[in-house]
Design a protein around this ligand. Structure first.
Ligand SMILES: Cc1ncc(COP(=O)(O)O)c(C=O)c1O
Length: 561
């Protein structure tokens, strides 16, 4: 019978461009061994899971009841060529795909010691399918076991199902000894296929046996969504689902651990004489120091010079930078922007944008005159697809038409990262007020078509404006909060504005729209940035921030500039 007669066949099967497949599910019928559901680690492991699929014979089948019958991918009776080549074919397909489907194994037939089925089956199986779909979206928790990812008891939606917790634990249990025995039976099965059997699957078997014997306890792997990250994602989704949709895979996983702040607060309270909780040795409440080091700092205390700064920077410096932004950018009056996060220079602020928003293959759009480090940063580090449009129009101004066209021809691409740098390196060009107005209108038009945009304003050279027609403030001031699909990001900082290049002090500020509270949205984005900072450089130079906070609070500082 043709597939079209199958009631559950999607109409999309006729589409010439194909159907994206998120998950492949193999099923086995095992009374003891296999958990209700588990996910393979990756494609190759998934092929191994498919190749080792097995069922125990029931009364309905010929043979001894309970005997294990292996039927790889349920294809043994149907495959018209050597099964070794068939497996190789599966492995090769995976090597060609940039996003291979995830592979799962289900077992509806697990029994308890008395031979009672632990899982109700039938329509309730949808609960497992739901977990599988959530996994594909990166939204369901799992524990890494030697055989694959198994749901945490809380991650399965069991609402309204009368399933004792004890049964759930039995359904999800992975018994190392049983599986080790299984691995020996698998080895015997693999041997049947002789020389044509792929080595990669033997390696998988060896990997499984090593994991089963490994005495180390397994921590959730990096691809898992930790509860704190899920909390931040929930906040971002509530405040602005478009911003959530634009986060990179890494951005979705980012969070800032609670422990660090809590621990250092506790130590402050309780450690009277020595405190080395967060890597700072102190003596009688003050940091320990070497006089040979401190003698170079005449007007800084050891605390200001030597201790760690918070992951997002010194609060007083952040507040000062924000206050100054409002003065330097009059259009920000009445708009909501985040409190700038201190970064290790403007370059680092740009890579935080990459961490949060850029995945391999995402489009980063640039005018064709750009600071060459963008190529290394967005192209090489984050593997973005860089798209260039001509910077100058025929009349020598900024080419707004080219920008408009570049955006228009990306039709169908749902997310674009646009990086604009004025005053521009290398041309020195600054955008005029008229061009700025046109750019903002073009971007809003683009967003109105339902496409999401991150606009990064690289204001590293802010303030070097010498012409009347030039926009005397950052484009960021015009873009912050202008559309729910546009996130404006300002990267700037004292490195160039205060002539302290080697201090490595930059700033990162967001301007976006939120459904209920921009503070909540910015708070969640800030925590994600803090996590990105914490996991790469931990925090930025305290001594540089102390000097800047002090110097910038002196009126003379602005006068000198
Ligand atoms: C456009 C632009 N952005 C950022 C930077 C880097 O700034 P930072 O030294 O603060 O990392 C430079 C040059 O150094 C630049 O030309």
């Amino acid at each position: 019978a043709p597939l079209s007669q199958c009631p559950s066949a999607s109409f999309r099967i006729e589409h010439h461009h194909g159907v994206p497949i998120s998950a492949i599910i193999f099923g086995g019928r095992r009374a003891r061994l296999a958990p209700l559901v588990y996910e393979a680690f990756d494609w190759e492991h998934g092929v191994f899971v498919g190749a080792t699929m097995a069922s125990e014979r029931t009364a309905a089948q010929f043979g001894k009841i309970g005997e294990v019958r292996r039927d790889p991918m349920a294809m043994l009776p149907f495959c018209g060529y050597h099964m070794g080549d068939y497996f190789e074919h599966w492995l090769n397909i995976g090597r060609r795909m940039s996003h291979p489907p995830r592979v799962f194994h289900v077992n509806w037939f697990r029994q308890d010691e008395n031979g009672e089925y632990l899982w109700p089956g039938f329509g309730e199986n949808l609960r497992v399918i739901e977990w599988i779909l959530d996994r594909c979206r990166g939204e369901a928790d799992a524990v890494k076991t030697p055989i694959g990812y198994v749901p945490t008891p809380e991650s399965l939606d069991l609402t309204g199902l009368d399933l004792p917790r004890e049964n759930l634990e039995k359904l999800l249990a992975v018994d190392r000894n049983d599986w080790y025995r299984e691995s020996e039976s698998i080895a015997g099965f693999f041997q049947m296929f002789g020389d044509r059997f792929p080595k990669a699957l033997w390696d998988q078997l060896e990997g499984l046996r090593l994991r089963l014997r490994s005495p180390i306890s397994l921590v959730q792997p990096g691809s898992e969504l930790r509860p704190l990250a899920a909390e931040l994602n929930e906040t971002i989704t509530r405040e602005n689902p478009h911003v959530y949709a634009m986060l990179s895979e890494f951005g979705k996983r980012l969070y800032f651990p609670k422990g660090i702040l809590a621990q250092s607060a506790e130590a402050k309270e309780k450690a009277k004489k020595y405190d080395a909780t967060i890597g700072i040795a102190s003596e009688n409440g003050k940091p320990m120091y070497l006089p040979t080091v401190m003698k170079y700092f005449n007007n800084l205390s050891p605390t200001e010079a030597l201790t760690y700064a918070p992951a997002t920077g010194r609060p007083d410096l952040r507040k000062r930078w924000r206050d100054d932004l409002l003065v330097k950018n009059p259009s920000l009056q009445g708009k909501s922007i985040s409190i700038p996060i201190v970064t290790s220079g403007v370059t680092h602020a740009l890579s935080l944008v990459g961490d949060l928003f850029v995945d391999k293959g995402d489009l980063v759009l640039l005018p064709d005159k750009f600071w060459e480090n963008y190529e290394l940063l967005f192209g090489v580090r984050y593997q973005a697809q860089i798209g260039l449009f001509p910077f100058f129009s025929a009349s020598g101004g900024f080419n707004v038409d080219a920008l408009r066209q570049a955006l228009a021809t990306r039709a169908g691409s749902w997310k674009t990262i646009l990086v604009l740098n004025f005053p521009n390196n290398p041309t020195g060009y600054s955008i005029t007020s008229n061009e700025a107005r046109e750019v903002v209108a073009a971007l809003i038009e683009f967003a109105n078509e339902g496409r999401n945009l991150i606009v990064v304003c690289d204001d590293a050279y802010f303030g070097l404006f010498y012409d009347e027609a030039v926009l005397g403030e950052s484009l960021f001031a015009k873009l912050a909060g202008c559309h729910e699909r546009i996130v404006a990001v300002k990267v700037d900082g004292p490195t160039k504005e205060q002539f302290v290049w080697g201090f490595r002090t930059g700033m990162l500020t967001f301007g976006a729209k939120a459904a209920f509270s921009t503070d909540a949205l910015y708070g969640a984005l800030e925590k994600k940035c803090a996590g990105a900072i914490r996991s790469a450089i931990s925090n930025c130079s305290q001594v540089a921030q102390s000097v800047l906070a002090k110097a910038m609070s002196e009126e003379q500082c602005a006068v000198e500039r």
